[in-house]
Ligand binder design. Structure first.
Ligand code: K7E
Ligand code: CUA
Length: 659
């Protein structure tokens, strides 16, 4: 392609700095126009359901959004690492514990990679995991409720980017340190002591097969490179996991240049099963590591935070035969495994080819002793011995690859802003299509599993520029939907997204929809401050704390008139939504509260905290339009001066009582 020759010249000129050169889009001639019948292909008639769910990470919003395909309709935004004023997540007393870390309450993170739980290498629709990149964490979302139910912090990690990924049967969820840091916790040393004091760490978290609960099992100390992305093997390679690394130069300043000198960095292959056995048999040593484990207890309806200490740290020398480096050009970003588990595809973001390693050749190279050097106890295999193909002319800046199960791979290419489809037999490009603009990840429905469903592909692009009506200097990040069921990729639609979706997961809708809950049973509500009937509603003073045990049902709160609160009190509204019909939500908000509203789904109890600072009459009201008389769903709290002697009292209509 003429365009690519031009760009190749550009890349040669800028070499290392190439990635930072502003590339002026690539709105080429092909693919600019969507298929003639695209409208029909994405049309889901009113009342009809989509074929697939798509889960898009929120990037710097710290959240996860849920969409339907092919309609690209947004269903929900699930708060994960970030406070969410819409639902009250991170604001209600019940959910604050989810955001506790060893650094305190952190109401934000940067979430890149969602991954669905798997059975036999296939997405099973039970849970979805997602990483927090900044303050290293992994979250688990329960797909019967579409709620975050667990967050585990990763100690000894700087930037949990190579995360979250799961093994074939979700035995483990794993991550790695993007930025090497001293593994010795809180070590105060010169940054110039990088080579002596800094390390990488891989983290392996065991997942309970029934409950999904995570438990930090062990870490593996690795050379101080940057571990960028990861994947689990499948089938023949199912016992292995693969991580990309860059910055094998071990730079710690101006990485743009300093970390781009080596022609090859590495893919690190780790036999997780052998490593887990070694850890279970006493390999490694216990090192300090402080981390939080936050779980949502569904019985009491509250997050329970536990601070934990210590982690088992293994050395590569204890994992002989279970860890190998595969040289890979050049500063690789993604590493992706084809559905058979045989091909290990790297996205060398500065490479001019897409390098493809073969698992069987890797095994052969190990058997043949094709080792060129050993680094920190990890043998480096000979590049020529493991490589099985190099895809030529893949465009500039290949990043991420997914598969269709019919022998083709689809790679996103950032700088030349396109998707290339290539053959796993010939390693030749067979199709390419433009992306608008600057594509990061792509997601093919089930395209990272053992049984891809080659229907739709989403390109997650970085800049919208002229694609939508302008909304000021900052445009939402876009995505494009392609049909990949035929020989050629066909553009169907583009749509703006929420946050910055780095990666996504797509799953057949029927694997999830039948399990989705409609309500929480009031009879199962074990919240310590539940109020099961309006007759049990009350207000209690405990010193400077006032607890309001409140119910909400169409269309009133009980109680709705409260007196006796004083400036300096801390007031907790423990509100129970008594509704038992699907989707009848109430909310509560009170004037002057330094908090968000709280949204309550049927059968749920949640708590809004309020510290009034001035005397007066404070209205509170229902924030969700719940009924014809929603505007009537309100109340008043009287706040008096400290020591004013106004007794606590409450009522709703004539049914109230007072003391
Ligand atoms: Cu390529 Cu964080 Cu997976 Cu963004 S990452 S694109
Ligand atoms: Cu309850 Cu509006």
């Amino acid at each position: 392609m003429k365009l690519n020759r031009k760009l190749n010249a550009a890349l040669a000129t800028f070499a290392v700095a190439g990635m930072s050169v502003a590339f002026a889009g690539c709105a080429g001639e092909t693919g600019m126009i969507a298929a003639g019948d695209a409208a029909e292909r994405v049309y889901v008639a009113p009342g009809e359901h989509d074929e697939f769910y798509a889960f898009l990470s929120g990037g710097y919003s710290g959240q996860l959004s849920v969409w339907g395909l092919p309609s690209a309709r947004l269903f929900r935004v699930i708060p994960v690492f970030s406070q969410d004023p819409e639902s009250g997540y991170g604001y209600s007393e019940e959910s604050k514990g989810m955001l506790q870390t060893s650094y305190g309450f952190i109401p934000w993170d940067d979430s890149h990679h969602p991954v669905l739980s798997r059975t036999n290498g296939t997405a099973d629709g039970r849970w979805i995991f997602i990483n927090g990149n900044n303050t290293p964490r992994i979250a688990r979302i329960d797909l019967t409720k579409f709620e975050t139910v667990e967050i585990l912090e990763l100690p000894n990690t700087g930037g949990n980017h190579a995360s979250s990924f799961v093994t074939e049967n979700t035995e483990y969820v794993f991550g790695a340190s993007r930025f090497s840091i001293p593994v010795e916790q809180d070590l105060d040393v010169s940054i110039d002591s990088y080579r002596e004091n800094f390390d990488g760490a891989l983290t392996f978290i065991r997942v309970d097969p029934e409950s999904g609960e995570m438990e930090l099992d062990f870490q593996v100390q690795v050379p101080p490179y940057h571990y960028d992305l990861a994947r689990s093997g499948m089938g023949v390679s199912g016992d292995w996991v693969f991580f990309t690394s860059y910055n094998t130069e071990q730079a710690h300043t101006l990485l743009e240049i300093e970390a781009s000198r080596n022609d090859k960095d590495f893919i690190l292959a780790v036999n997780w099963r052998r490593a887990a056995e070694a850890a279970a048999n006493g390999a490694g040593r216990d090192v300090p590591g402080t981390y939080f484990h936050n779980r949502y207890d569904p019985g009491v309806g509250t997050a329970v935070s536990e601070q934990k200490q210590g982690v088992r740290l293994l050395q590569p020398s204890e994992l002989q035969g279970a860890m190998y480096f595969l040289p890979t050009p050049k500063s690789p970003h993604g590493v992706d495994i084809d559905p058979t588990g045989e091909y290990i595809v790297a996205g060398g973001k500065l490479a001019t080819v897409i390098p493809v390693h073969s698992f069987s050749r890797m095994q052969q190279a190990i058997a043949d002793g094709a080792i060129v050097e050993t680094i920190m106890g990890i043998p480096v295999l000979d590049y020529d011995a493991t490589i099985v193909g190099e895809v030529q002319n893949p465009g500039l800046g290949p990043l991420h690859t997914e598969f269709d199960g019919r022998g083709y791979a689809y790679t996103s290419v950032y700088i030349s802003s396109e998707i290339v489809k290539w053959s796993l037999e010939t390693f030749e490009v067979v199709d390419r299509i433009d992306a608008y603009y600057s594509i990061g990840h792509l997601m093919l429905t089930h395209g990272d599993t053992r049984d891809p469903q080659p229907r739709y592909l989403i390109g997650l692009t970085k800049t919208a520029r002229d694609r939508f009506l302008p909304v000021g200097p900052k445009q939402n990040h876009p995505a494009q939907l392609y049909d990949v069921s035929g020989d050629r990729m066909v553009l169907l639609k583009d749509f703006p997204t929420i946050g910055e979706p780095h990666y996504a997961q797509g799953i057949r809708a029927d694997l999830i929809s039948g399990n989705a809950r409609r309500i929480y049973e009031l009879s199962e509500n074990q919240h310590p401050q539940v109020t099961r009937r309006p007759g049990d509603a009350r207000v209690e003073r405990e010193g400077k704390v006032v607890r309001v045990y409140m119910t909400s049902i169409r269309s009133h709160f009980t109680p709705d008139n409260i007196e006796g609160v004083e400036v300096g009190d801390t007031v907790y509204f423990h509100v129970t939504n008594l509704e038992q019909d699907w989707d009848v939500t109430h909310g509560i908000a009170i004037k002057g509260a330094t908090n968000a509203e709280i949204i309550l789904v049927p059968g749920q109890t949640k708590t809004l905290k309020w510290v009034p600072t001035r005397t007066g009459i404070y209205p509170f009201y229902c924030t969700a339009f719940c009924s014809a008389l929603h505007q009537e769903m309100q109340g008043y709290v009287r706040v008096s001066a400290p020591g004013s002697g106004v007794p606590i009292s409450w009522r709703t209509g004539t049914r109230g009582s007072s003391n």
